[in-house]
Design a protein around this ligand. Structure first.
Ligand code: COA
Length: 242
C-alpha cells in the first residue's frame, strides 16, 4: 500500500515510478501533493535500490494541469504560506536529487506540471503533450522555478512567448526547441521511458551523479569556471578509481 494519497511511488527493478495521482482533476498540484512530493523526493534520493526515477501523470488526459485552482487564496496568511514554502521547498529538493530524473509527459503539462517536468533531467513527451505557463493570466508568475528553468532550456525568446503571451508549446515544437528529448506515440510513452531509465540504471551511478552535477553547476557559471568544475570532477572521479 502506498504511503501517500496524491502520489503513487512504485519500484520496478532499479527504477522508481512517481505517479501524480489526482486524475479526476488532471493531476492538479495541491498542497497535499506538494507535501507528499517533498517526502517522495527524499525517499527516492535515499533509497540505494533506486537508480533512476520516472515521473508521470495518472489518467489519460494530463501529466499535471498546474496548481490546484480551488486552493488559490486558501492559505491562512501570506506569512504562513511563505513559511510553509520555506520549510517544504520542493523545488530546491528536486534540483538537488543526485539521481537521473525523467519526466514522461502526456496531455496537459501546465504551470506547476511544467515546472516539475523542467526540474527533471530528461523529458519524453507523447505526441498529445501540451506545455504551458498560464500563471500571468491568473495574475501571478510561476514560482516553482519556471521563470528560470524554461529559458535555460528553450532560450529567452520562446520562454517569454510561453509566459507573456501564454502561447502553449505542443509536443513537436517542444522537441524543436529542446524542451523534450523525444516525442513518441502515446501508447509507447511508458515503454520508452522504461527503456531510457533502464539504460541509465545500467551505468555507474557515481559517474551519472558526477556528470549531472557537473553540467548543472557549470550552467550557472561562466565557461571558464565551468571548465574548472569539469576538471575538478574528472580528477575526483579518477582519484576515486585509483
Ligand atoms: N486545478 C483544479 N482543478 C482542475 C485544474 C486545476 N489546475 N485543472 C483542471 N481541473 C479540473 C476541472 O475543474 C475539472 O473538474 P470537474 O470535472 O470537477 O469540473 C477537471 O479537472 C477536468 O478539467 P476540464 O477543465 O473540464 O477539462 P478541459 O478539457 O475542458 O480543459 C484544461 C483542460 C487543462 C485546459 C483546463 O482544465 C484548465 O485550463 N485548467 C487550469 C489550468 C491552469 O490554469 N492551471 C493553473 C496554473 S498556475
Amino acid at each position: 500500500m502506498s504511503l501517500w494519497e496524491s502520489i503513487i511511488l512504485e519500484k520496478v527493478g532499479d527504477l522508481a515510478w512517481v505517479t501524480l495521482n489526482r486524475p479526476q482533476v488532471l493531476n492538479a498540484y495541491n498542497i497535499k501533493m506538494r507535501d507528499e512530493l517533498y517526502e517522495v523526493l527524499a525517499h527516492v534520493e535515499s533509497d540505494p535500490e533506486v537508480l533512476a526515477v520516472i515521473f508521470r501523470g495518472a489518467g489519460e488526459r494530463a501529466f499535471c494541469a498546474g496548481a490546484d485552482l480551488t486552493e488559490f487564496g486558501s492559505a491562512p496568511s501570506q506569512a504562513i504560506a511563505r513559511q510553509v514554502r520555506f520549510e517544504r521547498d520542493v523545488w530546491s529538493r528536486f534540483i538537488n536529487v543526485s539521481k537521473p530524473l525523467i519526466a514522461a509527459v502526456h496531455g496537459y503539462c501546465l504551470g506547476s506540471g511544467m515546472e516539475i517536468a523542467l526540474c527533471c533531467d530528461l523529458r519524453i513527451a507523447s505526441s498529445d503533450a501540451q506545455f504551458g505557463l498560464p500563471e500571468p493570466g491568473l495574475g501571478m508568475i510561476p514560482a516553482a522555478a519556471g521563470t528560470q528553468t524554461l529559458p535555460r532550456v528553450t532560450g529567452r525568446a520562446r520562454a517569454l512567448m510561453a509566459l507573456l503571451a501564454a502561447e502553449r508549446i505542443d509536443a513537436m515544437e517542444a522537441y524543436r526547441v529542446g524542451l523534450v528529448n523525444r516525442v513518441v506515440p502515446k501508447e509507447s510513452l511508458f515503454e520508452e521511458a522504461t527503456a531510457l531509465g533502464t539504460g541509465l540504471a545500467s551505468l555507474d551511478p557515481a559517474v551519472l551523479r558526477l556528470a549531472k552535477e557537473t553540467v548543472n553547476r557549470g550552467l550557472d557559471t561562466t565557461l571558464e569556471q565551468g571548465l574548472k568544475i569539469e576538471s575538478a570532477a574528472a580528477l575526483r572521479l579518477a582519484a576515486s578509481r585509483a
